[in-house]
Design a protein around this ligand. Sequence first.
Ligand code: 13P
Length: 249
Amino acid sequence: MKQSVKLIAGNWKMHGLSADLAQAAALREALEGQDARCRVALCPPATLLDRMNAVLTGGGVELGGQDCHEKPAGAFTGSVSAEMLADAGATLVILGHSERRAAFNESDADVAAKVEAAVAAGLEPIVCVGETLVQREAGEAVAVVSAQVEKSLPDSLAERPFAVAYEPVWAIGTGLTPTLEQIAEVHAAIRTALVRRLGQAATWTPILYGGSVKPENAAEILATAEVGGALVGGASLKAEDFLKIISAA
Ligand code: 13P
């Protein structure tokens, strides 16, 4: 299994109403007929998945969820299972985003259980890791992120397609980004942790960078060693901005 093609994924978070499907349509249209130099995905809120799937089907843009429950079905009011995401047309799912780790108290073990569920449903997980500002300032970034990789990835991922996203918590939605040296340092540490955890196949696992990726900084970030793509929040909401990031890959 070789996965050296970059993946540029847009995380719409809790943004997106029916009218915003036009952005997905514009993205699809703009990429049609172009040589695909990278993979492109949109991860809208669950309410838009089915309709966005109808917009994207047959084009080059993949569809992903933003979270899933660890169980395939059951009495879990308000939750969405990996099977349901797949049924709505998703092929990817973001798991362990720092906003869920912080606001919903998701532990590494919770994330690993969700990753298991996603793999069982045939989805490709994008597993997020990242340190807080306090942890970075204490010199703990590499240790924190390596431990998250170690504990958030179940054995069942070995030989499966998946991605890791390094998203420093302090860089998300703030306009702040680590230096390219800091990104390279953490991505190298993630690669080491991945191979230690899952073996040589993880040499090809894409490691995305996320946190204030914009058209202005995308090219230099994407050209940094071991950066296998980007997980983009705010700048993925408008096709025009997202396309500029995609063309920087
Ligand atoms: P921003 O690109 O808005 O900083 O968000 C990053 C992110 O959290 C993507 O998952």
